[in-house]
Design a protein around this ligand. Sequence first.
Ligand code: XMP
Length: 520
Amino acid sequence: MDRKEMLSAEKVIVIDFGGQYNQLVARRVRECNVYCEIYSYKTDIEQIKAMNPKGIILTGGPNSCYEENAPTYQKELFELGIPVLGLCYGAQLMMFLLGGRVEKAPVREYGKIQVAVDTSSALFSDVSETTVCWMSHNDYISQAAPGFTVSAHTADCPVAAAECAAKRLYAIQFHPEVLHTVEGTKMLYNFVRGVCGCAGTWKMDSFVEESVRQIREKVGDGKVLLALSGGVDSSVAAGLLSRAIGNQLTCVFVDHGLLRKDEGDEVEAVFGRDGGFDLNFIRVNAQKRYYAKLAGVTEPERKRKIIGEEFIRVFEEEAKKIGAVDFLAQGTIYPDVVESGLGGESAVIKSHHNVGGLPDFVDFKEIIEPLRDLFKDEVRKAGLELGIPEKLVYRQPFPGPGLGIRIIGEVTAEKVRIVQDADAIYREEIAKAGLDRSIGQYFAALTNMRSVGVMGDERTYDYAVALRAVNTVDFMTAESAQVPWEVLQVVMSRIINEVRGVNRVFYDLTSKPPGTIEFE
Ligand code: XMP
């Protein structure tokens, strides 16, 4: 089976109506070993048919389906003989289009709600009779469409789920994709593996094998250049390309002096001459030129632009030195594709601000994006499959502009040293407390604030460090994590004692929104 066949043999299509959890739906389906892609509700039905999906899932969305101009779909979708599962807005739309009634709910349900389900339904097979589900809706289905039976309800919602088993059409008001729906994954599994009859052929080892074969075929004896940041995505892309084409690959790693403590050496240890990969690795130590460019600059966007531009300049210089490079490789992953508006319906969240952004002035024949179809957790699985060290595979996200956006105000070598040392202590203590895998992202930042303190009977006038730790599913929203007080106290006292230039430590409680995860 080639990669294309493998991706399409058992495909489930998610039709996106603009809800916030839509990428999660696709992720959960893939956790059931079923390949799945997201398409906008504007996608033509002929295109959907041509993909020959084993099942279709309609997502949630912010609209009311009975309003004029609300996103909708042709009724014919329900007559293709393909199983359809509607979630929240998708459920309401299915009922509405097929003759049921949807209206403003007298009681708006939001949060974890007890739902009574009919366990004889194929969708709720093996699910508890009363189960906690995540609800978030203003409208509700007051009457199921003709031919449908009600298969779940709550105290305030007479139709929490409805189905027409004969036509394999299912509608559920709550969100099975959100982890707060305790048995949600089981419900999605029941749909894709049970109702749709998928065998579960989507496995990481066969993906790696097939990708390697395809890369070899495409590249032939050409040369490939990859901008390696040391982050998870570009590292896994490097591992995959290296397995496929060995030293026809050159990785350029730019140390911009805004990396975490010892990070440059760690990346070099894995991918450099003494690491386990057969590739050409170039480390460019560009610290000085970055600090020179950033001197005196305080405006966050300006800082980001300078860091990005300088990266491209360095990369360009290296590409010229190597010469005759045919392919440029990038660690683009599926959420990048969706977020840049190429896949689903969700708004463009932010313009691509990876420092490894594509330099458009270099003349490459083609771009290779071997991870383009994968979610982050799948990228991690592929990384382990390729023998990339766990420490690298499970590393928390680190922004391309690095510490440059964790130092408020002007960036100087001195400030970088302070934030690197404080951050290293914080990470060490979090790991010691066994919290490093359970917190989504955590780091130290340097506020631009200095204040008066007293140390050893002396007056000090030093910087304040801010500690941040957030839990997040998708990095679009986040809540501050509850790091135990005792751990924070140890971190605070170590930072004050060990990091010169700091006399105060804050803990940032802000969620996103209104804050962002990074400081700039
Ligand atoms: P914000 O600060 O926007 O961050 O809430 C959301 C997530 O994105 C990461 N981030 C970046 N990643 N280049 C990146 O590759 C960037 O310029 C960038 N800015 C933020 C951030 O670390 C968090 O995980």
